[in-house]
Design a protein around this ligand. Sequence first.
Ligand SMILES: C[S@@+](CC[C@H](N)C(=O)[O-])C[C@H]1O[C@@H](n2cnc3c(N)ncnc32)[C@H](O)[C@@H]1O
Length: 374
Amino acid sequence: MTVEPDGTKFQRDKAVFEQNCLQLRALIQEFHKTPLMSATLTGGLLAVMSVFRNHDEQFEEFAVVVCTLIALFNAMIGLSCIRIRDVMQCYIEKASLFSEDFGERGGRPTKPILAGLGNFSIAIGYAILMFVVALTAIVLPFAAYGCTWFNALPLIVTTLGLSLWYGSAHLRNRQDYVDPVVAFYNKKGREYIEETLPLDLTDVIERFAKHLPTGGRVLDVGAGSGRDSKSFLDRGYKVVALEPSKVLAVHLRGIEGLEVREEKAQNLEEVETFDGIWACASLLHFDEKELAGVMKRLCRALKPNGPFYTCFKNGDGVRLPAKDGILFHDMTPDRLNKLVADNGLKVIEMWSNKSRLHGSNEAHWNNVIARKPF
Ligand SMILES: C[S@@+](CC[C@H](N)C(=O)[O-])C[C@H]1O[C@@H](n2cnc3c(N)ncnc32)[C@H](O)[C@@H]1O
């Protein structure tokens, strides 16, 4: 890839890369904690057991309980390693936007000191090591403290079962604690609600609602303050608010009749479920690749003939992070037109308007209402 240091493409790639670096830094900090946690807890519990060994008549039962705790904890660490590996893989894929051959080379520098050893293979090695440590920590206490295998085996199976269940529930929830966008809205939550709740979007809501069946089900993607969800509810529609920020989701749960899902649009699994999809200013934190994936999911979730609304600030593609390292994606009317057309939607109307934020000097916004064909 040819890099033009002053070009827009370079600036865009740099924005994506910087965002990934922030995420990776947070992730690596989490990664470093795992062996320390495992060693501290396992060692601590084993030490407690050795104190009780000579004094407690019911040592055998006590040992089984403590061994179970150790097993549970270490199995969770094993699961966390899988999770961290997955998230790292995802960032490495995103960083490949910065350099087209980044993914193929596994993130290795052009002249590595240790050829064949990239960050990713170290991460895998680390994860395997943690697994070995975790498994040893499950087996060793039982062996060392003389519990019979007959007693221990059902406990190990139950422990692993519970850990897998807990781990998969966590994965299903798929909240990326390192997602800087979600972290940004969590931090800015109250201030953001105060700023955007009073905005009046009645004109746009009416333009969109004309295409909805009476009492239909609307998905509000990135519902934020719930301003628009509430407006749809007041007009007799059923509304599902999708909002990954915990702070905003807590606020949304206070709106009567609103179904709130604390989830990301990237995880939407529904097929032809919603009569309309409303995504007001909520697709603008995705880079090119992520936006394409989210659009696919949204279009799949929309019923045939259902309307889709979204808006972006006017501009040409991904912008350098303005604050808190988060990415902004701007769209010219042409790009917006292409976005909906590429996803098989038919444009009903497109228009531009000035920012509705009080006293804002921001560039204007481009809006589109489109329809999914039968
Ligand atoms: C600029 S705000 C728009 C909020 C609201 N729709 C409005 O018009 O006031 C972007 C919203 O998208 C949400 N968001 C961020 N990442 C998201 C994701 N991955 N999936 C769905 N929503 C997301 C944010 O939490 C925030 O509520």
